[in-house]
Design a binder for this molecule. Structure first.
Ligand SMILES: NC(=O)c1ccc[n+]([C@@H]2O[C@H](COP(=O)([O-])OP(=O)(O)OC[C@H]3O[C@@H](n4cnc5c(N)ncnc54)[C@H](O)[C@@H]3O)[C@@H](O)[C@H]2O)c1
Length: 345
């Protein structure tokens, strides 16, 4: 298997999980996006064959993919931040749109080995206009900021490659996955609520929140990752699943930012203070909710961890880090907890 973005928050959890499952794994991507990082703390590089490269470099990417000779490609590498996309739209489009083209070109050129490709985009790829409905895979694509529209762009690229190159007999099968607002231990991304809350606790400063009334489909990172793996397995097995898929939280887990902050305050035993951030904020949908019933029905996927369990795991992970625990072991234990929950659903 080959994972792009294995040094990132989601890619690191995915790579650790795949390694624990015994996968032969190549990780392709740039340096970890933060310090500290899930990648370093959980020693994700152990047991993974790594290629550090920029996915904008089509030739290097193609050479790495050909050398790895994977059967399954999971594409997660991206510039994933809205505010950064407003500061640097050109790089965001280059990495997220042309980077996706380069990954699919590398697959197309490699020809032989690859049987399944999952391109990870985002719930922000939808136009979501007017907001308030639960979005299905049939809803129009859009995006009012460069990050969101770059993810809609990646969706369009993937759809065109599927139609043009990946639909014949023996061709690789390609699906896209749309999930959002994932939370989990080990995320230090800029402007992410949970990451900001951990920074606030560690530095004894108040958490600055942008929009306490915004509703987001929060879920534990392992929920959508299990969806990506299920999708990859079905694609690889020849199932009729080469299309776009939503992986959102369970009903009732789309909560306001204010609710999350209140609950985190309780879990941190009062060690988290917050204040309103009155800096100019990027335009963001007040309400974003996904309908994942198709994944439930056709892939048998469920959001195995609910929000309460997810928040508990995040705080437990960061408490363990503060206490100096072995974070690879802690992360593997949390993967085991997830697997038990998934088996029970
Ligand atoms: N975290 C979320 O809440 C969320 C929500 C929706 C979608 N996503 C998507 O999931 C994927 C992973 O997100 P994440 O939260 O792990 O992000 P992250 O910033 O933690 O990790 C991004 C990864 O991409 C790599 N990368 C970035 N630019 C690169 C380049 N030019 N060349 C090679 N590698 C590059 C980084 O090195 C890193 O490994 C992204 O596609 C993101 O858009 C994330």
């Amino acid at each position: 298997m080959l994972v792009t973005g294995h040094t990132g928050f989601k890619g690191a959890w995915l790579s650790l999980w795949l390694h624990a499952l015994g996968a032969e794994l190549t990780g392709v991507g740039a340096a970890p996006p933060s310090r500290p990082s899930m990648y370093e703390l959980a020693r994700v590089g152990e047991g993974v064959s790594e290629r550090r490269l920029d996915i904008r470099d089509a030739d290097a990417l193609s050479a790495a993919l050909t050398a790895a000779d994977p059967e399954i490609v999971l594409h997660l590498a991206a510039q994933p931040l809205v505010r950064r996309s407003l500061r640097d739209p050109a790089t965001t489009y280059a990495v997220n749109v042309m980077g996706t083209v380069n990954v699919l070109e590398a697959v197309r050129r490699a020809g032989s080995s690859v049987r399944a490709v999952v391109v990870v985009t985002s719930d922000k790829c939808y136009a979501n206009d007017p907001p308030g409905r639960r979005l299905t895979e049939q809803d129009p694509l859009g995006g009012r900021d460069p990050y969101s529209s770059s993810k809609a762009g990646a969706e369009l690229v993937a759809a065109a490659y599927r139609e043009s190159f990946f639909s014949g007999d023996g061709a690789p099968r390609l699906a896209t996955a749309r999930a959002g607002n994932v939370i989990g231990g080990g995320d230090w991304g800029e402007d992410r609520l949970l990451a900001d809350s951990v920074r606030a606790v560690e530095t004894h400063s108040p958490l600055r929140i942008r929009n306490p009334n915004a509703v987001r489909p929060w879920q534990h990172v392992l929920n959508p990752l299990s969806g990506y793996l299920r999708l990859a397995r079905e694609l690889h097995g020849g199932g009729d699943v080469a299309s776009a898929w939503n992986f959102g939280p369970a009903d009732g887990d789309a909560r306001t930012v204010g609710w999350i902050v209140g609950r985190l305050g309780e879990l941190w035993d009062g060690a988290l203070d917050w204040e309103l951030d009155d800096r100019a904020n990027p335009p963001e949908a007040a309400h974003l909710e996904l309908d994942s019933s198709r994944a439930e029905r056709e892939l048998g996927w469920r959001a195995a961890l609910n929000l309460e369990e997810a928040l508990g795991l995040v705080v437990a992970w960061h408490r363990a880090r503060i206490d100096g625990a072995d974070m690879r072991a802690v992360s593997l234990e949390q993967i085991a907890v997830f697997s038990q929950a998934a088996a029970a659903t």
